[in-house]
Design a protein around this ligand. Sequence first.
Ligand SMILES: [Mg+2]
Length: 190
Amino acid sequence: MAADVELESLLRSVELVVLDVDGVLTDGGIIWVSLPSAPGAPAECVEAKQFSVRDGLALRWASRLGLKTAILSSRSSPAVEVRAKELALTLVLTGIADKGHGVRLLCAELGVDPARAAYLGDDLPDLAAMAVVGLPCAVADAAPEVLAAACVVMSVTGGHGAARELLEAILRAKGLWERVVDHFASGNAP
Ligand SMILES: [Mg+2]
């Protein structure tokens, strides 16, 4: 992520980080796992996703340090609900087709001016949300239209630390990242 004075000021002003799931918190792969079923019974499957533990650490610490975090996804998935709960995300909004509307709902619910929100996306459904926030961001392997709409492009791809990179940059700009580093350097538990 390139550093400049204007970007630093934008990063410092962020109060809410909204994250897409598929292609941002994951690499975009959706795995259907077959469950054991009785012979002759209809097959049952559950959806599995792979998340980055580095994203997880930054999300947990963002919440602890007062930065609001939210997930906004057009799909609904129990795996997302479980992960969001594990990481103490401020809000989760799934099954939302119009993500521009979704971001406005999240901002209204949390009392945050959309100009002080960041959104990290990867594909065309994210464009409407990116148009609403003050800091639209894209993962490194986002669609060309999403890269063009982003103020900031991460150096890594979805599911491989892109959310970590954005959250770390925001916490650094606010002078808070050192607290996270100091916590671990002192040998404290996560
Ligand atoms: Mg996506």
